[in-house]
Ligand binder design. Structure first.
Ligand code: NAP
Length: 464
């Protein structure tokens, strides 16, 4: 895959980049290693000043960086600006909280005595150089979500970003440099995915985090496993959105539209499978389909656009193949399932689509639909809703709509997912852990869980 900015709204190649050669990669590895030796000894206060400055600079750059993201991957400009704001918030959150999140822990005195010690404490020390392999869909957020806690913990970062967002990747390196992070603390490697294995096997790299597809995760985890290096994987999702009879159905349908088409439908935590109790199925389906049909599809730079193009021609072809397969196997098209009129020739647009009568044999039931395509299911009761929801190899997040607390308790107990969002849609927040189970990956980002992933929890035991 060439490293290039190709505008998905027009198909035009705007800028191409040469991948780094072996010597340049070596230079950056050496620089990261040298940086870590000193940076690990900085205080939380020092790091908070640097990260706070990065947040300020990012806030100043908001308009420009939002336009860069929209140009590179096609998200509506309003959503790009919201992504910048979210990154600023997460940077400030970690700058302010890292010290308390990584404060020494003191086990219970009875356990300390029982071990024969005078004092025991657990200290969190940084691991070292962490390689971050990141996707294009939230080109700023995915990186900041890793970088803010990793840098606050005293680690240093090497970013291998997706090949279609090189300008955002270079912007991030420049941002941390301008914020005065010491040289080598955060570097962007413009490399193809084929060069990841070599970097990960380098003894100077301590760990890796990957956000992306299942095959990419499998490949990085296999190499890391071979090298016995820690990994965090944030992979795909096909989140269920369950609607029960006690729900506010109109509101649920309204939120369902946003939950499905946010980021042009290309979000890991977008709701993708809509499982509706039969008592409210017809009402929900009507409101939901009306909402999907009414979406404004268009130029992502236009302030009024709600759905822009998919990020690549291949991405659209993959989505079309999923829809065609479902249709051939008997799914009913309630809206969409085509390229929008007037936008078929330029740019990789796809009309918001609702498919009903989806069955387990269809690819869309098993695979992640990465675009504005919703699959509808009818469930006779809660047990069947839970069964359909869990009938997926993914387990990222889940959304449930009900006013019945007994239902909520059942969903929380039984849904196989890293999150259960009740009467709302999944949205990450710096204070709450984020991540999945099953093929959606392992490990957690954000919150105290996220910052501890790349720390060495060290027991310090002192004899009585
Ligand atoms: P992708 O093709 O897996 O790419 C992600 C990153 O991995 C890119 O930097 C890519 O580099 C690299 N990569 C691809 N194959 C690789 C390999 N074999 N070895 C090493 N690196 C490899 O995914 P994407 O299309 O960019 O992103 C969409 C996927 O990410 C979806 O499945 C989505 O659900 C998932 N995602 C998950 C989360 C989460 O938090 N769980 C968040 C966002 C997205 P190149 O670009 O050079 O190929």
């Amino acid at each position: 895959m060439p490293i290039a900015t190709v505008n998905p709204a027009t198909g035009e190649t705007l800028k191409t980049y040469e991948a780094l050669g072996p010597e340049e990669i070596e230079q950056r590895l050496a620089s990261a290693d040298t940086a870590f030796a000193a940076y690990r000894n900085t205080t939380f206060g020092d790091r908070a000043i640097l990260l706070g400055r990065a947040a300020e600079l990012l806030e100043e750059d908001a308009q420009d960086v939002a336009r860069t993201m929209t140009t590179e991957m096609g998200k509506p400009i309003t959503q790009a600006r919201a992504e910048v704001a979210k990154c600023v918030k997460a940077m400030r959150w970690y700058a302010g909280r890292a010290e308390s999140l990584l404060a020494d822990e003191h086990p219970a005195s009875t356990d300390v005595e029982d071990s024969g010690a005078r004092e025991v404490r657990v200290v969190y020390r940084p691991l070292g150089v962490v390689l971050a392999v990141m996707p294009w869909n939230f080109p700023l957020w995915q990186v900041v979500r890793f970088a803010a806690p990793a840098l606050m913990a005293g680690n240093v970062g090497l970013l291998k970003h997706a090949s279609n967002v090189p300008q955002t990747a270079l912007y991030l390196e420049d941002l941390f440099r301008r914020a005065s992070f010491p040289e080598g603390c955060f570097q962007t490697l413009l490399i193809g995915s084929g060069a990841v294995e070599g970097v990960l096997r380098d003894p100077r790299v301590a760990a890796a985090t990957l956000t992306g597809s299942e095959p990419a995760g499998r490949s990085v985890a296999a190499t890391a496993g071979d090298e016995i290096k820690k990994t965090v994987l944030e992979l795909g999702g096909s989140d269920p959105f369950v609607v029960m009879p006690s729900a506010d159905v109109e509101r649920a349908a309204q939120v369902a539209v946003t939950a499905r088409v946010q980021n042009n439908g290309q979000s890991c935590i977008a709701a993708k499978r809509f499982i509706v109790h039969e008592d409210v199925y017809d009402a929900f389906t009507r409101h939901f389909t009306d909402g999907m049909r009414a979406l404004r599809v268009g130029d992502p730079m236009d302030e009024n656009t709600e759905v822009g193009p998919l990020s690549s021609e291949q991405g659209r072809a993959d989505l079309e193949a999923l829809v065609d397969d479902a249709r051939q196997q008997g799914a009913t098209v309630l809206c969409g399932a085509r390229r929008p009129e007037g936008r078929a020739e330029h740019g990789w647009y796809y009309a918001p689509t609702v498919l009903a009568d989806v069955t387990p044999d269809m690819r869309i039931h098993r695979e992640e639909a990465f675009g504005p395509v919703a699959a509808l299911y009818r469930a006779p009761d809660l047990d069947e809703a839970v069964r359909i929801a869990n009938d997926s190899r993914f387990g990222l997040s889940s959304n449930v709509w009900t006013r019945d607390e007994t239902d909520v308790a059942r969903f929380v107990r039984d849904l196989q997912a890293g999150g259960v969002y009740v009467n709302g849609m999944t949205a990450s927040h710096p204070a709450f852990p984020f991540g999945g189970v099953k093929r959606s990956g392992y490990g957690r980002e954000l919150s105290g869980h996220g910052i501890r992933e790349f720390c060495n929890a060290t027991t310090v035991w002192q004899a009585a």
